[in-house]
Write a protein that binds this ligand. Structure first.
Ligand SMILES: [Zn+2]
Length: 322
């Protein structure tokens, strides 16, 4: 399921295709993927899907993407589980032509340049709004701070109010916007925090480490084009390359990349959660045996073996330190 890095990479790859372009025609093959925001009505569906409008800006918040027209109208895109927004060049066929629900014809011709919205499982949605203010007052008012720029100062109060397991708190979009199952596991192993640790028990050093780990994890994935498990593709129809770099997610039973201990899994908030029992100890107060005290911090190595890959990994790391 696409999370913040995938939606951010989608935004970056769609921008050169859409910004400054006018959408000449919109075809709604499957109108029920369009949700109506409160207070919006009376306009024909293609118009609500930005027909006849120029695209001025693309903004992301959490896992949501706002396509903002020059006249201020907004189309909010949620990818859900399997949603894709893909540019198709003039004369080209969409990759696998099924499940295309909406087509934006940039030059008015069905064989011209176009953007398609596909969604096999249809958990995604497109929601029209009159303005960006209406988006801020509506769905974005229910989101916590954006995970890509999260600071310890923002994260501390967001976690202080809940005794829930930290993994469950990170999945809650009202606490932090943009992190889902993949990047919650990845951020927790990088910060060396056990997924069951009560969120309000994190001390100042752990909150600092976690905020830094979340930012590093997300930025690295964005620079690798996101993580593709099955369905995610960017605005050019390409899958992400971050999967081989994953530290914890979907690696239960495999050795921890930092200490070699086999990773374990458990279920938190109905989601499979993978962690390292050695690098991510629970505090003794929670009743679990404590791992031996260690002075070292988890060092994340680039996973590529070629020298070029390692070098690039180090550069990413350097460039990502704020
Ligand atoms: Zn470990």
């Amino acid at each position: 399921m696409p999370e913040l890095p995938e939606v951010e990479h989608l935004r970056l790859t769609l921008a050169p295709r859409l910004l400054g372009r006018r959408i000449e025609r919109v075809l709604a093959h499957r109108p029920d993927v369009v949700r109506m925001a409160d207070g919006i009505a009376g306009d024909a569906l293609p118009r609500l899907l930005l027909e006849g409008r120029g695209v001025a800006e693309l903004q992301r918040r959490g896992k949501q993407l706002a396509i903002i027209a020059e006249d201020g109208a907004v189309l909010l895109v949620q990818l859900g589980m399997t949603g894709q927004v893909v540019y198709v060049g003039a004369g080209a066929q969409p990759p696998r032509g099924d499940h295309v629900h909406i087509t934006w014809l940039l030059d008015g011709r069905t064989d011209g340049e176009r953007i398609i919205f596909r969604d096999a499982r249809r958990f995604g949605a497109l929601t029209p709004f009159e303005s960006l203010e209406a988006v801020h007052a509506g769905p974005w008012s229910r989101l916590g701070p954006d995970a890509l720029t999260i600071s310890p100062r923002e994260l501390k109060p967001a976690l202080a109010g809940t005794r829930r397991a930290i993994k469950a708190a990170l999945l809650d979009q009202a606490v932090l916007a943009g992190v889902g199952n993949i990047y919650a596991d990845e951020s927790l192993i990088r910060a060396e925090i056990h997924p069951l640790c009560p969120a309000s028990d994190l001390d100042a050093a752990q909150v600092r480490r976690l905020a830094q780990a979340i930012r590093t994890t997300l930025r690295r994935s964005i620079s690798a084009g996101g993580t593709t498990l099955r369905d995610y593709v960017d605005g050019n129809g390409r899958g992400g390359r971050n999967r081989p770099a994953l530290l914890a997610y979907a690696r239960a039973g495999q050795p921890c990349r930092a200490c070699g201990e086999p990773l374990l899994h458990l279920v938190v908030a109905q989601r499979t959660t993978t962690f390292c029992p050695q690098c991510q100890p629970l505090k003794p107060s929670t009743g679990y045996p404590q791992a031996p005290a260690r002075g070292r911090r988890l060092r994340m190595r680039p996973t590529g073996t070629a020298a070029g890959t390692s070098r690039r990994g180090r550069q990413d790391q350097d460039s990502l330190k704020k």
